[in-house]
Design a protein around this ligand. Structure first.
Ligand code: SF4
Length: 207
């Protein structure tokens, strides 16, 4: 499997299947534990990600890391982070349907190889690109979905939280659900000083 993952990575890093290859600096394959139980999916690389070749390294990524840390999750051990498209759309526009369609098979292969129990979909593009184009993130965030025998939790994208801080509270509630699902499915001993195990309610807020 390790080998398959590396082969896939080598293929993706050279990909020119869609027009985004012409304007990118780096392909952003994704990073984290290739055996992670949680797979996080965003929209696509932004400027910082394009420059570094790493996912979620800008302000949104720092906020994501902070939320993960509050759940006592980290990139090295608990999660793998990828995107719907692996090359930056110019001027941070949303990826076009044909670009998403060309790139999606890579993401599907990554999910199959990592074989996570839980998928976290960050924002509308991830939700619509992977699960169902008709679903609205504002309506169904925070509710578990089932997809190919995996638990799926759609949440707001961290960039939405940066634009609108009132979304931080509901997003924290969503991540607490993920925390408890991880305890249920993967590790019943997993704890966080920010989450009360007894009553599943925390007074702490992501800020
Ligand atoms: S966005 Fe995906 S399909 Fe398009 S060039 Fe990059 S890796 Fe290939």
């Amino acid at each position: 499997m390790e080998n398959e993952f590396e082969l896939l990575k080598a293929e993706v890093l050279q990909c020119t299947k869609c027009q985004l290859s012409k304007t990118r600096t780096h392909v952003v394959f994704g990073e984290g534990n290739p055996h992670a139980n949680i797979f996080i999916i965003g929209e696509g690389p932004g400027r910082d990600e394009d420059l570094t070749g790493r996912p979620f390294v800008g302000r949104s990524g720092q906020l994501l890391d902070k939320i993960l840390a509050a759940c006592n999750f980290n990139r090295k051990e608990h999660v793998f982070i990828g995107n719907i498209v692996k090359c930056r759309p110019p001027n941070n526009r949303a990826p076009l349907p044909e670009e998403r369609a060309m790139c999606l098979p890579y993401l599907l292969q990554q999910i199959e190889l990592v074989d996570p129990k839980i998928l976290i979909l960050l924002g509308a593009t991830a939700l619509n690109g992977l699960i169902d184009p008709a679903l609205r993130i504002t309506k169904i965030r925070g509710t578990w979905k089932e997809w190919h025998n995996r638990w799926v939790m759609p949440v707001f994208h961290p960039s939405a939280l940066l634009r609108n801080p009132t979304l931080k509270r509901p997003t924290w509630e969503d991540f607490k659900k993920i925390f408890f699902k991880y305890r249920e499915l993967v590790d019943p001993t997993h704890t966080s000083p920010h989450i009360n195990i007894e009553d599943s309610i925390s007074s702490e807020e992501i800020s």
